[in-house]
Design a protein. Structure first.
Length: 114
């Protein structure tokens, strides 16, 4: 009988506990954004930042993405950045359209009927 030994990569439990603690801290910061009633762009920037950091930690550590080959990382990360660029371009275009509608198509009513 031959003894076949599978060689796998073991990650220390301490790493998972540290990431879990960091996720807890990021969730606390996310909660504090609402607790301190931040408003506007600061609120949404912080919420999105904490969300992306938590998602990145979960994908890289718990889904073992940090130990994958570069080609696989490249295939996953590049489309995500492309989507973020498209979202940013759409936000810029939406602001421009909103500005142009308010500037060129707004009417000033001076009373009851137009």
């Amino acid at each position: 009988m031959s003894h076949v030994e599978t060689v796998g990569q073991q990650h220390p439990i301490g790493l998972y506990l540290k990431v879990w603690l960091l996720l807890f801290i990021l969730s606390l910061f996310s909660y504090l954004v609402d607790y301190f009633q931040l408003q506007g762009a600061l609120r949404w920037s912080l919420i999105l930042l904490f969300m992306m950091l938590k998602a990145g930690l979960i994908v890289s550590i718990f889904m073992h993405f940090a130990w994958e080959r570069f080609a696989l990382k490249f295939i996953v990360i590049v489309p995500l950045f492309a989507i973020l660029v498209f979202i940013a371009l759409m936000a810029i275009e939406a602001n421009y359209i909103d500005w142009s509608r308010l500037t060129f198509l707004s009417f000033r009513w001076s009373g009851g009927s137009p």
